[in-house]
Design a protein around this ligand. Sequence first.
Ligand SMILES: [Zn+2]
Length: 440
Amino acid sequence: MTSIVAVRTALASCSSEHVTLFTTLIDNGSLIPYKSRDNARRKFGLDTEYAALGKKQAPAALRKQHLAKELQDICLRDLPEAREYFGQQLTYFVSSGGTIDLERMGEEGAGTQTIASLTDTTLGGTDTIVTFPSRTLEKLVMKDYEAPTNCLRASGTTCTVLPTNAYIPLHHSNEGMTTRTLLSGSIVWIIWPSTPKNLRILQNAYEDFAQHFNDSRLDVTNTLEGGMIFVQTEGDGLRISPFTIMMCLSTKTSVLATYSDITAENYLSMLHKLPLLNAWFRTEFDGARKQSEFNAMVLLHLDLMLHGDPKNEERDRIKLSHVRGGLLDKLTKSWEVVKNDVAAILGAADHKTMIGIWVDYLIAAKGRECRLCGDSIMNKQKLMMDHFIERHWFKGKKDTEGVHTRQGLAQGLNEASTEATAQVQAAEEVDGGDAMELDG
Ligand SMILES: [Zn+2]
């Protein structure tokens, strides 16, 4: 449902206190209806759509009607399994309206009630949103999944259950393409493109929030540009481009299936957004762990893109080849611009690993010229190392203690992105084969 009238109707049926935030933005004329997205795209100089909505965007196996009972069964089967497999990670119970549920029932109790309310409407309100990796939904998504070209990794599929009137405040989507399919319910979304202006505003809001931990600090929606509003209804897939800014409100109990994939192109443009991520990690409850996993991913994927992994044919596929104007060219050309941000997000502890990855690449390039700047340089480990640190690395405190070693990275990836690997393994076990390589 993509007209302003349809959005107003959906909001009118909703008793959340947050409705006002949505209607105010409509009333002051700062939002574009989904129908007019092409005009908006041109106006903001975007080369891709920032959001695409409809049945066609959903994986085929998820488009069909889902009975509430069926979805509830999936939750009751997959949630405890995910909890057992991943521990506290990747399974979240988030209260969207304060702490009422959590105080009364504890987080798991509140989450259980949200799931129960899928079929039992007499249960009374809960405000807890439940998110967990779902093996069943992953299997359905994988039925007709085709990895994009240069895919570095795909996340597994998560299931999110939102009770009626659940509000998810302003946040950004990850560095890849994300698909969210609504299996049941109705959700009003406002989505903003990742223009430089919008990302700057969001970064400031995150920095402000991290200092004060006050929700009102995230209330910058009236300053963002290019906001688009629409209602996602059952069976609709929503494809969102990297770093899209969004917020939403469920007007019915809703179930979402979400997955994303990250390509080498996404990785390169992500390197330009590191200050935003650095600010965001500081707003997150378990930000330090998330940042550490993210850093391991930054190092591993750069290592694989520059060196490949001869021991693993699939991973060697990620290695970028030297083509004029190709991705490797883009990476080396943008390094000077992003190196300080990379150093800042890695923290001193991972600098040695990053330096090692680059120096090995420069030496393996086997020329008398540095591949980054073109200067003549003897192709010797020590000289190349000195040259890299002098010319191509940030100037600041040196620390040689490593948190993520290169040898440890592959192992680290298995732990960090178990979403992908574990889900695929699980799917394979059930299917008895039909392997789909996900994480490159
Ligand atoms: Zn150089």
